[in-house]
Design a protein around this ligand. Structure first.
Ligand code: ADP
Length: 226
């Protein structure tokens, strides 16, 4: 099966069906109004839309940080809508990296495998491999406070990939960077995602970023795909 970009799609992966996210309170908001989408194995899909259109709410419902009012989230045939975050085997990369400040670069990347009980040797090998993948060879012992913005996002990406997620959710991962660096890193992130064969759902308000990184771009407006 070939998608619109000549990209070979495989059945399965992420399936979101009729998803609705509402926030109650004094001014109730229907942030996501019945969205259905798929992300195939190894495919990168971008959700493109202006601030406030519901992208992060949708991404949150996919990874499990936001509880949907209705609709379903599934991976292959496994329904995940009410499955806790840590059992979905999805990873996340945020705009500001959210690195652990008390750990060095290697410690940040090894965090997930350490929590999962991976041996010291296997962890070290995985860290070395990922430092190479994200282009930060030799920087394992660097304090994260001594990294540039671009390097921080590379570490954040490596840390998310370390746990071998089946899907990576990226929420405006390059928005905090200046435009020249953003363009360069978008190409690198694309190459990294492809090399790892991971599925990815990218949220961005930047059309160029979406086009560079994604196999498919879905436009979102006012809680709906358009
Ligand atoms: P985007 O990621 O496209 O900027 P969001 O998903 O963050 O959009 O927000 C969609 C809508 O939901 C906005 O109107 C926003 O104000 C509202 N919203 C987001 N998070 C919350 C929350 N925790 N509580 C109440 N309203 C929220």
């Amino acid at each position: 099966m070939y998608g619109p970009n000549g990209y070979e799609t495989m059945p399965g992966g992420l399936t979101v069906t009729d998803l609705v996210v509402t926030y109650s309170g004094d001014n109730p908001v229907e942030a996501v109004r019945g969205v259905s989408l798929t992300v195939g194995h190894g495919e990168t899909v971008a959700l493109l839309g202006p601030s406030g259109c519901g992208k992060s709410s949708l991404l949150g419902a996919v990874v499990g940080t936001v509880e949907p009012a209705s609709g379903t989230v599934a991976w292959n045939d496994e329904e995940l809508t009410r499955v806790p975050i840590h059992k979905r085997r999805f990873g996340m990369v945020f705009q500001d990296g959210q690195l652990f400040p008390h750990l060095d670069v290697a410690g940040n990347i090894a965090f997930g495998p350490r929590m999962a009980g991976v041996s010291v040797e296997a962890r070290a090998a995985r860290v070395e491999e990922l430092l190479r993948v994200v282009g930060l060879e030799g920087l394992g012992a660097r304090d994260v406070s001594e990294l540039s913005g671009g390097q921080r996002q590379r570490v954040a990406l490596a840390r998310s990939l370390a746990a071998k997620p089946r899907l990576l959710a990226l929420d405006e991962p390059l928005s905090a960077l200046d435009s020249e660096l953003r363009t360069r890193l978008a190409k690198d992130v694309k190459a990294i995602l492809r090399s790892q064969g991971v599925s990815a759902l990218l949220v961005t308000h930047d059309p160029a970023e979406a086009e560079t990184m994604a196999h498919r771009v879905l436009r979102m407006e006012d809680g709906r795909l358009v």
